[in-house]
Design a protein around this ligand. Structure first.
Ligand SMILES: *[C@@H]1O[C@H](CO)[C@@H](O)[C@H](O)[C@H]1NC(C)=O
Ligand SMILES: *[C@@H]1O[C@H](CO)[C@@H](O)[C@H](O)[C@H]1NC(C)=O
Ligand SMILES: *[C@@H]1O[C@H](CO)[C@@H](O)[C@H](O)[C@H]1NC(C)=O
Ligand SMILES: *[C@@H]1O[C@H](CO)[C@@H](O)[C@H](O)[C@H]1NC(C)=O
Ligand SMILES: *[C@@H]1O[C@H](CO)[C@@H](O)[C@H](O)[C@H]1NC(C)=O
Ligand SMILES: *[C@@H]1O[C@H](CO)[C@@H](O)[C@H](O)[C@H]1NC(C)=O
Length: 555
């Protein structure tokens, strides 16, 4: 039995030895994960998938604010592998962020132990592979961070707390999809949509994904773990009250359906207030010519009767989606991970010290498809950027400030392949504009930080558009969608030194270069600002045999 090994221990500081990241007094959760290939048939066709301890999707991590997480990952695939903990801010700790710019991948047949703290965070997150196109095979799962008991949550405790991973799905293996991208083509359209790795057949024999007791209220955490498509999520006959989004308590509006873009998570409350029987939950593709749909059963305990085959309709068009985005508000009076109200941080009153405009584009380079940011299509050097910087050999591995804050006029057509790294002064308050001139929707993620999603609007951004920003109660989150021919504006306080990935959540765009890194330096090499590189860090590339640099100092 290779089940998930998990122990909850209260560690004493003395027993920690060289573990620098695990914090005294805060409980530690231990996991041992075996990453293997397996064969299952989520869409009725047997195919290769990636399992964690035999499971697809992977196990759900259930943690509480400030817990330390220790995850020993055994890579039993035939190629290097990494996981990222999407939305976990990794304070002072980009060493654990699991992207190829921050860590050497775990070689096939080897293991690596991630150690990080879910510091001052609450909410609904997920983890997934960042190497190759592994995310197309699975190895993703939910990661929840519960509030500590002493911090009030702005709603009554639900009867149960469910994780719903929705995503588009390809029947081709991750290696076939990768070959397609390597040969210069797109991965084209997915073959279906899965909910927690399944799609109900509707033949009356489907097992329920979730059960509810009539009269009770349940929390559902919905994350889009897919590769490409925005999905609309809804439950027959049931309303959803939005309570949290990527780590923030929101104003509790009620929705019939929610658009969840790739990489995003939302938590809703659902009251089991309908006739006790089965109902379908539905996730269907948005903004696509032909609609793909996945469904799963929600069953009332002791209920009678099958789910109606009549599925609730999805909204049409992206104006609806934009209006929904605008309805999402930060609850200013509720506390999040700490006792002070969320709204006590007046982000709208902080002066912007820098504006970075990022333009995404698709172009052919030597006949092959590439995606870029402001004219640069990122490639991962063999030496992770963070390690090159730490060992003082950054100039041998990458150039800094490859892109300008103002994109070049020909950023849509002229594309250079190289590592894409931007230097960002520690503690600056920065505005980033995502400019989407393309006809497709984009979904952007920032690692290491939460940002304020202050505006998404159609058309071209100009400085005058700042008057339209929500400077009061925009949601603090980590992923933002930008509609076709539109722009999105976010604000970030760059208070977390490290090497941080800004990426398209759309897997083929990220794989083909639509990402960059922001390095927030720690020039004083101070432990107050950043942890030392862990002793267990894997080494690769030019730093592999170099002497270890002196550790950061404690002053
Ligand atoms: C992982 O699973 C594989 C295949 O089931 C097995 O051979 C291997 O021993 C397992 N490794 C660990 C560390 O559990
Ligand atoms: C998750 O953790 C919380 C806090 O330790 C606990 O109360 C709850 O029962 C756990 N839920 C599951 C599904 O394990
Ligand atoms: C690999 O796993 C072993 C056995 O659990 C553990 O002792 C060791 O620390 C792990 N290695 C790394 C680099 O995490
Ligand atoms: C915001 O949170 C408070 C708890 O501080 C709660 O009482 C209130 O209902 C929430 N407001 C909305 C609009 O959801
Ligand atoms: C922000 O900038 C304005 C105008 O330059 C200045 O008057 C104000 O003091 C600044 N505020 C802060 C908090 O630095
Ligand atoms: C990055 O910016 C800092 C100022 O924040 C500066 O001191 C440093 O020299 C810059 N690094 C590079 C490599 O340009």
């Amino acid at each position: 039995m290779s089940g998930m090994m998990m122990k909850l221990l209260l560690l004493l500081c003395l027993s920690l030895g060289t573990i620098s990241v695990v914090h005294c007094g805060d409980p530690t959760l231990f996991f041992t994960w075996n990453i293997t290939y397996g064969t299952i048939s989520p869409l009725g066709v047997p195919q290769q998938v990636i399992l964690i301890n035999g499971a697809f999707p992977g196990p759900n991590i259930n943690s509480t604010t400030n817990n330390n997480l220790v995850v020993n990952v055994f890579n039993n695939l035939d190629e290097p592998f990494l996981l990222t903990w999407s939305g976990i801010q990794q304070k002072k700790n980009s060493w654990q962020d699991g992207t190829l710019g921050t860590m050497c991948p775990i070689p096939a047949g080897k293991n690596f132990t991630y150690q990080f703290q879910v510091k001052d965070q609450i909410g609904s997150f997920m983890y997934y592979p960042t190497t190759a196109m592994h995310r197309a095979g699975g190895a993703f799962g939910g990661l929840r961070v519960n509030s500590r008991l002493l911090i009030p949550v702005p709603y009554a405790p639900p009867e149960d707390d469910y994780t719903v991973l929705i995503g588009d799905w390809y029947t081709k293996s991750h290696s076939t999809l990768r070959k397609q991208l390597d040969s210069g083509r797109t991965i084209a359209k997915p073959d279906g949509v899965l909910i927690n790795g399944k799609n109900a057949k509707g033949d009356g024999k489907d097992e329920p994904l979730f059960t509810m007791k009539a009269g009770k209220t349940y929390k559902y955490r919905i994350c889009n773990v897919g590769l490409k498509n925005s999905l609309n999520f809804r439950i027959q006959e049931h309303q959803m009250t939005l309570v949290e989004m990527e780590g923030s308590h929101t104003v509790q509006n009620t929705y019939e359906s929610l658009d969840v873009h790739v990489g995003q998570c939302m938590a809703v409350l659902v009251a089991a207030d309908q006739e006790p029987k089965d109902y379908y939950m539905v996730a269907s593709t948005r903004f696509t010519k032909s609609v793909l749909l996945g469904k799963g059963i929600v069953r009332y305990e002791n209920g009678k009767g099958p789910a109606s085959p009549e599925l609730p309709e999805a909204p049409v068009g992206w104006a609806w989606s934009l209006n929904q985005f605008r309805s999402f508000r930060w609850n200013l009076t509720s506390s999040a991970a700490r006792p002070n109200p969320q709204g006590s941080y007046h982000y709208g009153k902080i002066n912007i010290t820098r504006t970075i405009r990022l333009v995404n584009s698709a172009a052919k380079v030597d006949g092959k498809l590439r995606y870029s940011v402001s004219g640069v299509s990122h490639v991962d050097p063999e030496t992770p950027l963070k390690l090159a910087e730490y060992y003082g050999v950054a100039n041998k591995v990458f150039k800094i400030d490859t892109i300008k804050d103002e994109p070049p006029a020909d950023a849509d057509t002229k594309v250079v392949l190289q590592p894409n790294v931007v230097n960002q002064t520690h503690k600056d308050f920065v505005e980033i504009i995502f400019e989407n001139h393309e006809k497709s929707l984009q979904s952007w993620h920032v690692s290491g930080y939460a940002f304020f999603a202050v505006a998404v609007e159609p058309g071209k951004w100009t400085p005058e558009k700042r008057k339209n920003y929500n400077l009061l109660d925009a949601v603090s989150r980590h992923t933002i969608q930008v509609y076709p021919k539109s722009w999105g504006a976010i604000m970030i306080a760059f208070d977390n030194p490290g090497m941080w990935n800004i990426r398209s959540e759309q897997a083929e765009r990220r794989y083909l270069g639509q990402q960059l890194y922001i390095t927030v330096p720690n020039p004083a090499r101070s432990l107050r600002d950043e942890y030392n590189m862990p002793d267990v860090s894997l080494l690769c590339g030019v730093i592999k045999d170099m002497p270890k640099p002196p550790p950061f100092s404690s002053n």
